[in-house]
Design a protein around this ligand. Structure first.
Ligand SMILES: [Zn+2]
Length: 413
């Protein structure tokens, strides 16, 4: 058997044969060509008989052969397509504009789904920045087209990345826990793009949408799907009270009479944010300390805790009554940050009561949310939102990848 035949059979890439090979400085380079005589247009993927000329030879990374870096080399034909004009032919082993074979890309994406970025980059001998575009291409090939079908309960959330300078809006299906849509930005227009893609018919089937209290998202949902029940995500509601408490604590630190009192107040930050049953003994004593020494801060703590307790309830009428009492308490507390939060909650009370009634919250898709946030942190270093979005879709959209298995065709003649 000739060595080129052996290599052709080992690779077993559809409609591809190896014509020659050489050992270059960094590994094996195999000269390949499509077995089909008629070229395929890289634009519309239709057969194209009129060949213009050839581009200079170029290389595509392929899976290592016995641990040796391996590349395929070919000089693609430039074809004259009736529809697309002069384009470069489509080769059977790679997607247009990629420098890697599809098998190589599938392996990379599989590893990116399973391992951390250092492992992916080391095993595939790639820089992490190259991994992003590879994942984008694989996701485009495997992502099912119907993921916006049958949505009834969705959660909309914003994700910040690149140290909070950039944002991505994501839509999660509460019933499957999958990320079904993602786009760069966090404005009303960003979310409107989702509803445009969803279309009127599918938007009409939506029942519940959970969001934070961002006016941009509220506007978009109210405009594009006015019939849905809007639920305000409990974690965002509670976060308002937590932030108010922290603002109050910082103000109290500034006004503390001496260094010791200041230091003691500073040490209460985490204890005051936690729910009481999660407190360690030391934290419990810090909260007791606040109770004895700082009545204003302790009042803020009670207001924050009471809101959380109301949201733990499951009866909407009870919750509405309690929320109204809570709003009155907060707005008359004499604590500026809580007066403000009280007003915000009063404005959004229907959506907060809807949380109590439905129990639906973005935190409910907690598994997905945790994963999404881990990926966003891990994705630091991705240059574009597109790469981050592709990574989210790769790991949180229910895509199941397998490592590519090549079955060599040794029995062919
Ligand atoms: Zn064409």
């Amino acid at each position: 058997m000739r060595a080129t035949t052996l290599l052709s059979r080992l690779f077993s890439i559809n409609s591809t044969r190896v014509r020659g090979f050489e050992f270059a400085d960094d590994g094996l380079v195999c000269d390949v060509e499509p077995t089909t005589r008629v070229a395929v247009c890289g634009g519309c993927m239709k057969p194209c008989r009129k060949v213009h000329d050839r581009r200079p030879p170029r290389e595509w990374r392929h899976l290592d052969l016995a641990g040796v870096r391996t590349a395929l080399r070919y000089a693609p034909r430039r074809v004259e397509c009736d529809a697309c004009g002069v384009t470069t032919e489509l080769v059977p082993w790679a997607t247009p504009r990629s420098w890697f074979t599809e098998i190589f890309e599938q392996m990379t994406a599989y590893l990116a789904q399973q391992c951390n970025r250092t492992a992916v980059a080391e095993v595939m001998r790639l820089s992490w920045n190259t991994v992003g575009p590879i994942i984008e291409r694989v996701v485009a090939r495997v992502l099912p087209g119907d993921r916006l079908d049958g949505l009834t309960h969705i959660g909309i959330d914003e994700l910040s990345y690149r140290k909070h300078h950039k944002y991505v809006t994501i839509v999660i299906d509460h019933l499957t826990g999958r990320v079904v849509w993602a786009r760069e930005g966090k404005s009303a227009d960003t979310l409107i793009e989702f509803f445009v893609e969803l279309g009127i018919e599918r938007a009409n089937k939506l029942e519940v949408v959970s969001i934070d209290m961002s006016p941009a998202y509220i506007d978009a949902v109210r405009t594009m799907a006015p019939h849905v029940e809007l639920v305000f995500d409990r974690f965002h509601v509670q976060k308002l009270a937590q932030e108010a408490l922290d603002e109050l604590r910082r103000a109290e630190v500034r006004e503390a009479p001496d260094t010791a009192a200041r230091k003691e107040l500073k040490g209460t930050r985490w204890a005051l944010q936690k729910r009481p049953w999660n407190l360690h003994a030391m934290e419990r004593s810090r909260v007791s300390g606040v109770q004895m020494t700082n009545r204003r801060l302790y009042r803020g703590y009670l207001i924050k805790e009471t809101l959380a307790a109301i949201l733990d309830g499951r009866q909407q009428h009870v919750a509405r009554g309690k929320l109204q009492e809570w709003i009155s308490w907060a707005t008359h507390s004499g604590l500026k940050p809580f007066v403000r939060v009280g007003k915000t909650i009063a404005k959004h009370i229907d959506g907060i009561v809807a949380y109590v009634a439905t129990g639906i919250s973005n935190g409910r898709s907690e598994g997905t949310n945790g994963k999404v946030r881990t990926i966003t942190r891990r994705a630091y270093g991705f240059h574009t939102a597109d790469s981050l979005i592709a990574m989210l879709q790769l790991c949180c959209s229910g895509i199941r990848l397998r490592p590519p298995v090549v079955v060599p065709s040794f029995h062919q003649t």
